[in-house]
Design a protein around this ligand. Structure first.
Ligand code: G3D
Ligand code: MG
Length: 194
């Protein structure tokens, strides 16, 4: 019965206004991490895009519509690894306290796809397994240069228990969807009291 749930059985929604969630954007160099953030976040929150040494932090305020029509504003802080991803000693800082992860690879460069397993392994090592995370294959505008077909990526996504999305930071295809998805997942994950 679709409407069998009584209000008492509804999950308790405790989303505090102003709660800040940290989202790590992970993947090899030049896969399009910064471009994806710029496409979605930067255009609206340009002045909040803070370049620092080794990491860009993009701030994005999101209005959540709760059941019953109430709206709450939360803040997402995207941590975008800049520079050389091989500086592994810095990674603990990126991962520490993350509430969500966006793994990105470039569909035209197979090594960036292979390395997703390594990025994921590191997340497990730092205790982030199970937090909201998605896998993104970027640069789908370069259709003629595609090396990783969707079923390959979907298979990996299934193994890692992540939803898979394809995007183009250039055309904007799929970009809004990945941010909507991670917000939805974080909201679902933390609403019982973050
Ligand atoms: P990174 O932050 O993961 O290191 P960047 O990657 O966002 O800096 O992007 C690396 C290069 O890939 C950039 O090229 C950028 O324009 C390009 N790029 C990012 N996303 C896409 C995409 O969806 N399609 C295409 N065709 N290119 C993309 P440049 O030449 O500026 O260094
Ligand atoms: Mg970058």
């Amino acid at each position: 019965m679709p409407d069998a749930k009584t209000p008492a059985e509804e999950p308790q929604v405790i989303v505090r206004e102003g709660t800040v969630y940290k989202i790590a954007v992970l993947g090899d160099g030049a896969v399009g991490k910064t471009s994806l953030l710029r496409k979605h976040v930067h255009k609206k929150f340009e002045k909040n895009y803070i370049p620092t040494v080794g990491v860009n932090i993009a701030k994005h305020n999101v209005k959540l519509k709760l059941k019953g029509g109430e709206e709450k504003e939360i803040t997402l802080m995207f941590w975008d690894i800049a520079g050389q991803p091989q500086f592994y000693m810095l990674h603990k800082i990126y991962y520490n306290g993350s509430n969500g992860i966006i793994f990105v690879f470039d569909i035209t460069r197979p090594e960036t796809f292979t390395h997703i397993k390594d990025w994921h392994k590191e997340c497990v090592k730092y205790g982030l397994e199970g937090i909201p995370a998605i896998l993104v294959g970027n640069k789908i505008d370069l259709a003629g240069e595609r090396k990783i077909i969707a079923p390959m990526a979907e298979s990996l996504a299934k193994d890692l228990n992540l939803p898979y999305f394809e995007t183009s930071a250039h055309s904007g295809a799929g970009v809004a969807e990945i941010f909507a998805k991670i917000v939805e997942m974080i909201y679902g994950y933390y609403r019982k009291g973050a």
